[in-house]
Design a protein around this ligand. Structure first.
Ligand code: ADP
Length: 288
């Protein structure tokens, strides 16, 4: 599945992309993250991008396109991808069209996350991300808690940082640039019959559910499995097709008949476990 998430800064593209990654097992490709990484590593690309990023302007198309071309050519992107923060203007959208045409991998959907501008500013003020694993939180709406309080990279509590461009002046410019350059993409993709708009001014879980519905992704509603369950999946994958179908039917009947079992699944879905991404990836490749 090849998806573009469109939306203003603070609309939740990053958060929802990460949730899609965990559940569908396709990579998130965030030009913002790639550029921040280049800045942090002090590469030539990072050096050239930094000034535009710090002042809330768009980084030059040629730099971003080179980066995207390279990233889409990596093996994991062949399974599909979620583009987050790209394309951001019409020139980039046309370039993406050409690139995907050459790769024979057309987009399946473009989802616009719609949020009122006052809410955007409020969200950006509360936004923090973990310096180690990059997971995005919001102090007001989705602070780290429960299983999500521990960084999967360090095993310690997340080290929360505020992005340098999440200050008031830069945010105002980013919102202006969004209206001028990125908003026209809504009509561009609507005209191609790819656009879905969802009201993203709701709790994070609710937006994920709306996104799942828009993308018709049943896997989004499925539980994330613990290691034991993954071993079960591997065993089932080794069973001959007939036995496998019978086992699936039995499980479906059992889960219909037993509400208790269903609620266990729901709880699992709410409490992500480390390794869920790997599990999802493995499931995906088993399916092919
Ligand atoms: P947000 O969507 O919250 O504004 P991002 O992390 O997507 O944040 O982007 C941060 C900054 O990186 C942008 O303000 C811009 O300077 C730069 N950037 C990201 N993606 C692009 C892009 N596709 N084209 C040009 N610049 C980009």
């Amino acid at each position: 599945m090849r998806i573009v998430l469109l939306g203003a800064p603070g609309s939740g593209k990053g958060t929802q992309s990460q949730r899609l990654v965990e559940r569908v097992g396709i990579p998130q490709i965030s030009t913002g993250d790639l550029l921040r990484e280049a800045v942090a590593r002090g590469t030539e690309l990072g050096r050239q991008a930094k000034e535009a990023m710090d002042s809330g302007r768009l980084v030059e198309d040629s730099l971003v396109l080179g980066m995207i071309r390279e990233r889409l050519g990596e093996p994991d992107a062949r399974r599909g991808f979620i583009l987050d923060g790209f394309p951001r203007n019409l020139a980039q959208a046309h370039a993406l069209d050409r690139l995907l045409e050459a790769l024979k991998q057309p987009l399946d959907a473009v989802v616009q996350l719609e949020v009122d501008s006052r809410e955007l500013v409020r969200r950006i003020a509360g936004r923090r991300s973990c310096a180690d694993c990059g997971r995005v939180f919001n102090l007001l709406t989705s602070p780290p808690s429960g299983a999500r309080a521990v960084c999967p990279k360090t095993g310690a509590p997340h080290r929360l940082m505020q992005r340098p461009d999440d200050n008031e002046a830069t945010v105002a410019e980013r919102l202006r640039v969004y209206d001028e350059k990125t908003r026209p993409l809504i009509d561009f993709y609507r005209a191609r019959g790819l656009l879905q708009v969802i009201d993203a001014e709701a709790a994070v879980d609710e937006v994920t559910a709306r996104l799942a519905q828009a993308l018709r992704v049943p896997a989004l509603r499925a539980p994330k499995r613990a290691a034991g369950a993954r071993r079960g999946a591997a065993k089932r994958a080794r069973k001959p097709a007939k036995k496998k179908a019978a086992a699936t039917a039995k499980r479906t009947r059992a889960s219909r008949a037993s509400p208790k079992r269903r609620s266990t699944r729901t709880r699992r879905a709410k409490a992500p476990r480390a390794g869920a991404v790997r599990g999802a990836r493995r499931r995906k490749s088993t399916r092919r």
